[in-house]
Design a protein around this ligand. Structure first.
Ligand code: FES
Length: 571
């Protein structure tokens, strides 16, 4: 096989460069190493990404599998993003992580890659990179943590942080109790145990076909994760032999299946921007409206927080992701292939539901239609999304007066002001949180409610924002408003007291202000000050080139693929 290997461009021949490439790599590897498939292990393990800190152990199992398959494992530490640690928001760095990973895969003598991710942005960034470099690639999701408990109650990380902090603000629990719950929140290694973005993207990666079927959702401490990591390493060598690159099997049909899965699991809205970005790298014609068209009427079958009550280890125990897919098999595209070379639907026959309270059968879904609704109208000409399953049914058709916050700092400064003119029918508007405006599109759209309304028992209101929302959050939240305020969207011109109407059934979001009146308005100083351009570095590059949420918030010059070719020798 060596002659056909990409790495042979580095290693074969008798010239000085080939000598150098080989000689420096002879550090205890087998003597015939240069003729074997070189398999990178793109590893996002980092102490600063606590959800991925265990991936070095997973990488060791991958290494063993690669050797067993006849390849040479090569660990490649890549940019890692810890959702809870990175400021101002991990999303600002997703494209950087993708770009850096893509470039390092291309620059090195690598034939295939095993992608180790977990925490929210890591699997999307790795898949974007793999799509653009187009080398055979397989994802090993790091898996969710085990569920912790506090005072007898299971804790869903993320969701229960929001819940407990709202209970403190509503005076239902005191701060010392809130603080005591902290040590129970993260019970084990692994990523968040709710159906947040990490869980969603691991499962969606499997629905796309980039994970060995049945692996995604395996809890991080479960011995079966290491077994599957070993198998994935061995399989990566086969992928190289077969030349199965991402572009050879990831098609519109794969994304169709990902959207069906996203709805059936009640997955995170963040999957929308990530899937659009991955599709953009592949040249797959995926649009925002595909999420509504394909997913809106898919039933919700997974009873996990935030839409339900259980957690990720329950899903695994109850039959796992393939049992969910089996229930919606008729909605899947049978033509979509996986890395196994076989269609996704071929891997579902053995799946079973073992706990129908966690995975509900198709004929008794948690909700009959669970997908993401795409809204358009005068307030969101380029589109906005809402997750109706996480919203209050009474608010899905609503008309109210705007209460506007020009930035997240403005919101925090004024939200609990007793003098704030707001009631439960108001529509909270937060701008300056889009890709350019923040910059980085943070997860702030599920803004907290004013304290005085919380104390009156109000638990949900219509909220509208150009940012994202944590996959662990809930509420009647319209997010990803496009164009964002900083890109000239009408959101920048909304004023306190304007009427806004939301009609999810009609897929409308409208600002009831005439175009003539809007033409006379100028962006207020506080809003425009918030969009001051960063002067240098990645932020500058990002703000100059980031696209809007409706196409995945990728950088304009990163869309598409450059493939694996490097035209010049090393000098
Ligand atoms: Fe890493 Fe939630 S913080 S997955």
């Amino acid at each position: 096989m060596s002659g056909s290997l990409r790495s042979s461009q580095w290693y074969s021949g008798d010239d000085r460069n080939a000598y150098i490439h080989r000689a420096w790599m002879r550090r205890g590897v087998p003597g015939d190493f240069s003729g074997r498939p070189q398999i990178a292990i793109a590893n996002t393990a980092s102490d600063l990404t606590p959800c991925n800190a265990h991936l070095n152990e997973v990488a060791q199992s991958v290494r063993n599998g690669v050797y067993e398959g006849g390849g040479i494992p090569l660990e490649l530490p890549v940019v890692s993003l810890g959702e809870t640690q990175v400021r101002p928001t991990a999303m600002l760095w997703r494209n950087m992580a993708a770009m850096a990973t893509e470039e390092m895969l291309r620059a090195n003598p690598i034939d295939g890659v095993v992608l180790l991710g977990g925490c929210d942005k890591t699997i999307p960034a790795l898949l974007m990179a793999a799509a653009s470099v187009d080398l055979p690639a397989i994802v090993v999701p790091g898996g969710p943590m085990l569920t912790g408990h506090f005072r007898g109650r299971p804790l869903g990380c993320g969701t229960d942080v929001w819940r407990l902090s709202e209970e403190v603000r509503a005076g239902e629990i005191d701060e010392s109790e809130f603080r005591r719950s902290e040590s129970s929140m993260i019970r084990s290694k692994g990523h968040c145990n709710t159906m947040g973005t990490a869980s969603t993207m691991a499962l969606v990666a499997e629905a796309l076909g980039t994970v060995l079927p049945g692996l995604a959702g395996t809890p991080a401490p479960d011995a079966r994760l290491l077994e599957a990591a070993h198998d994935s390493g061995r399989f990566a060598v086969e992928l190289v032999a077969e030349g199965r690159t991402p572009s050879s099997f990831l098609t519109k049909a794969s994304f169709h299946n990902a959207i069906v899965a996203l709805a059936a699991i009640g997955g995170s809205t963040n999957a929308v921007v990530h899937l659009l970005a991955i599709a953009g790298r592949l040249g797959v014609d995926l649009t925002l409206d595909d999420f509504d068209r394909i997913g809106a009427d898919v039933p919700l079958l997974v009873n996990l927080l935030p839409a339900g009550v259980h957690l990720m280890d329950d899903l695994h125990r109850a039959g796992g992701f393939l049992a969910v897919l089996r229930e919606v098999k008729d909605l899947l595209d049978p033509s979509a292939l996986t890395i196994t070379g076989r269609p996704l639907v071929d891997h579902l026959d053995d799946a079973r539901i073992w706990d129908a309270d966690v995975i509900t059968p198709r004929d008794s879904p948690l909700q009959p239609s669970a997908g993401i609704a795409v809204l358009r109208g005068s307030l969101a000409p380029g589109g906005a999304i809402i997750k109706p399953a996480a919203a209050s049914p009474r608010l899905l058709k609503h008309r109210g007066r705007a209460v506007v916050f020009s930035s997240i700092e403005d919101l925090h400064a004024r939200l609990d002001d007793p003098g704030l003119v707001v009631d439960e029918d108001s529509v909270l508007v937060l701008r300056g949180c889009g890709p350019k405006g923040y910059p980085g599109m943070p997860e702030v759209s599920n803004m907290p409610l004013p304290r005085k309304l919380l104390e009156r028992g109000v638990r949900d209101m219509v909220r509208i924002c150009d940012g994202r929302m944590s996959g662990t959050a809930y509420g009647t939240v319209v997010l990803h408003v496009t164009p964002e305020a900083a890109a000239g969207g009408p959101l920048a011109l909304v004023r306190d007291g304007d009427w806004i109407s939301l009609d999810v059934r009609a897929r409308r979001l409208d600002l009831e202000v005439s175009e003539a009146e809007l033409a006379t308005r100028v962006v207020d100083a506080e809003t425009s000050d918030g969009f001051a351009k960063p002067r240098r570095g990645w932020e500058r590059l990002y703000v100059d080139h980031v696209q809007q949420a409706d196409t995945g918030a990728d950088l304009d010059f990163l869309v598409g693929s450059s493939g694996p070719a490097v035209s010049r020798e090393s000098h």
